[in-house]
Design a protein around this ligand. Structure first.
Ligand code: PAF
Length: 281
């Protein structure tokens, strides 16, 4: 596996493959890779001739009081894991490569509607940063396909919308969420949890399952949302939301609508903010 930091070396590698008629898959990440990321690499590997993984902790998607500084950076470990996962190129750019005029002076993309709710409402500007960096990565790599984890469900929807709206020639693919045996969705942020918090954290997936059960039993979605938020609060979380939405566009469901839904939770445990979701169909 080749590791490249600059755009010219990346483009040269991709050009070589293109000249041989090979297809390219991209897996954008912020590093500190775990089994969830490697499952995305595996999916890209199965669908494209060549795989590029990017590792870049993107400053523009973190708010001023978020965990940009403490976000785990483990490049040597990621490099070894990616080589083992049969990745062809690791693109690990410096901030100046992705933001030649500085993060604060960058062109910024805004995907309307979808970003106004849930994560977008609680993390202002977050999806502008995500859309901007993903679009930049698409321009640099020019992949045929790109794989994103379903755990960040709203992010996936935002990227799908951006790709469609900007007519970007990239197929966006979703990789299923990987979970620990007790249900906690794998995430780089799980390592912030204390032992007690880690035990409690299983309540997020348990609550999502319960939300699905209650909807299946015919309970109104607003009542289910309230019950889920109260349950989390009682367990010691500070929930930002426990929501039932249409999976397609994250709009509120109509009364009695039960198919094509997704339950989404974001909640804080101490200083750690966890998100997860569950598709109903
Ligand atoms: O999901 C992530 O890790 C990031 O949001 C992404 C897509 C790599 C953009 O920085």
């Amino acid at each position: 596996m080749q590791t490249v930091q600059d755009a010219a070396a990346l483009r040269a590698a991709v050009r070589g493959w293109r000249n041989q008629g090979q297809t390219v898959g991209l897996v954008p990440t912020m590093g500190n890779l775990h089994a969830g990321h490697y499952s995305l690499i595996k999916l890209a590997r199965a669908r494209a001739d060549r795989v590029v993984a990017s590792v870049f902790v993107n400053p523009t998607q973190f708010g001023p009081n978020e965990d940009f500084e403490r976000y785990p950076r483990t490049l040597a470990q990621d490099q070894a894991g990616l080589a083992e996962a049969d990745c062809d190129v690791l693109f690990a750019p410096e901030v100046a490569t992705m933001y030649p005029f500085g993060p604060a002076n960058s062109v910024s993309l805004h995907v309307p509607q979808l970003t106004e709710t849930l994560e977008g409402a609680h993390r202002p500007g977050h999806f502008d940063g995500v859309a901007t960096v993903v679009c930049k990565l698409f321009n640099l790599v020019q992949p045929d396909l790109a794989v994103f984890g379903q755990k960040d469900f709203q992010q996936l929807k935002v990227i799908e919308r951006m790709v469609r709206d900007l007519s970007l020639p990239v197929k966006v693919m979703a990789g299923a969420t990987l979970r620990a045996d007790d249900g906690l969705a794998l995430s780089s942020r799980n390592q912030y949890l204390s032992r007690d918090e880690r035990e409690l954290s299983t309540q997020i997936h348990a609550t999502l399952l319960q939300m699905r059960e209650l909807i299946d039993k015919g309970h109104a979605w607003r009542v289910v949302e309230q019950a889920a938020a109260s349950k989390l609060q009682r367990a010691g979380f500070e929930p930002d939301y426990a929501a039932i939405r249409r999976a397609e566009d994250l709009a509120e469901p109509a009364d009695g609508e039960t198919s094509g839904l997704v339950a989404l939770i974001a909640a804080r445990l101490g200083t750690t903010r966890l998100i997860d979701n569950l598709l109903f169909d």
